[in-house]
Write a protein that binds this ligand. Structure first.
Ligand code: ATP
Ligand code: ZN
Length: 286
């Protein structure tokens, strides 16, 4: 029987859609019917297991799934030794201390002797130990933000992306102690056959992620400014330069990192670049 790589993804929640989207962007076709527990792709030897995110590290650790996509927070909280294959960059959030209005917070020291509710006791305990703060940690699996108002805790330590939930519960975010994004984790001892499939998948994922980081730009430039333009563009390769009918001009094509894009555009314009075209890159492999 042909072997398949088993990937654990969140069944329904904040990670689900993006986890499946990145696999789809790799050209892998599947139904993504989240009512199922298990599903196979049509055109790639991969099989999906739809699970609660809390269960994903354990399944990968036990080898029930070969790889998984989970928040780094969940992975670190559980402390199971796995391979972190890729940082996928999405589902950004932070684990923050938040206190009710009126709590005079001046740093982790202010938590000495207090009761802190959290779903991440492991990460919080490590942070408090580093700061030599003794506090009582209450592990709570959900709705952490209501605990101060019902008198269960003095402060909380919870995941935040925008902070809106905290504000609506009368809490003030005081300090972030941990930052997270979604990561792809892998079972450390994969057999050669599965490793080969994994490497094929990672090649595609890298191409998808790199494509997101770059723009493709084309423009016409007076030849005399070519050296200066090349210096502005910088990056990984020299640009492709094509002659134009007008011998004083040339056409240039290259890729530019997304974060530098506006900067580069302005500088090229200042050099006299014209007819600048910019396109998104769908895939990009070495
Ligand atoms: P499950 O039913 O699978 O256990 P859950 O309720 O534990 O779901 P979600 O709320 O879907 O989990 O969050 C999954 C992950 O999304 C978190 O572990 C975290 O990595 C990430 N995340 C991003 N932003 C936030 C946020 N504002 N609040 C909570 N988690 C966030
Ligand atoms: Zn969960």
């Amino acid at each position: 029987m042909e072997s398949r790589l088993r990937i654990a993804v969140q069944k329904s929640g904040r990670l689900s859609e993006k986890s499946l989207q990145i696999i789809r962007d790799c050209g892998i076709r599947f139904g993504s019917d989240s009512r199922l527990l298990k599903e196979q792709a049509d055109n790639f030897p991969i099989e999906f297991l739809y699970l609660r995110d809390d269960d994903i590290p354990r399944y990968v650790y036990d080898g029930v799934a070969d790889i998984g996509i989970v928040g780094r927070n969940e992975y670190d909280e559980q402390g199971l030794e796995l391979e972190v294959l890729r940082d996928l960059g999405f589902s950004k959030c932070r684990l923050s201390i938040a206190v009710p209005e009126g709590f005079a917070y001046e740093g982790l020291n202010s938590l000495e002797g207090k009761r802190i509710a959290t779903s991440y006791p492991g990460i919080l305990a490590r942070k408090l130990a580093q700061a030599h703060v003794n506090a009582r940690i209450y592990e709570i699996s959900g709705s952490v933000e209501i605990t101060p108002s019902i008198g269960v805790a003095d402060a909380i330590c919870d995941l935040v992306s925008t902070g809106a939930t905290l504000v609506s519960n009368g809490l003030r975010e005081t300090e972030a102690i941990y930052w997270s994004t979604a990561v792809m984790i892998g079972h450390p001892g994969l057999f050669a056959e599965k490793r080969t499939i994994l490497n094929r998948l990672l090649l595609r994922i890298d191409a998808v992620m790199r494509a997101d980081d770059y723009k493709y730009i084309m423009f016409n430039l007076p030849k005399e400014h070519l050296d200066e333009a090349a210096a502005i563009i910088g990056g990984m390769k020299s640009p492709t330069v094509t002659p134009l009918l007008d011998e004083a001009w040339c056409a240039v094509q290259t890729v530019v990192r997304e974060e530098r894009f506006w900067d580069v555009l302005e500088q090229l314009k200042a050099l006299g670049a014209q007819g600048i075209l910019v396109t998104a890159i769908e895939k990009m492999a070495d």
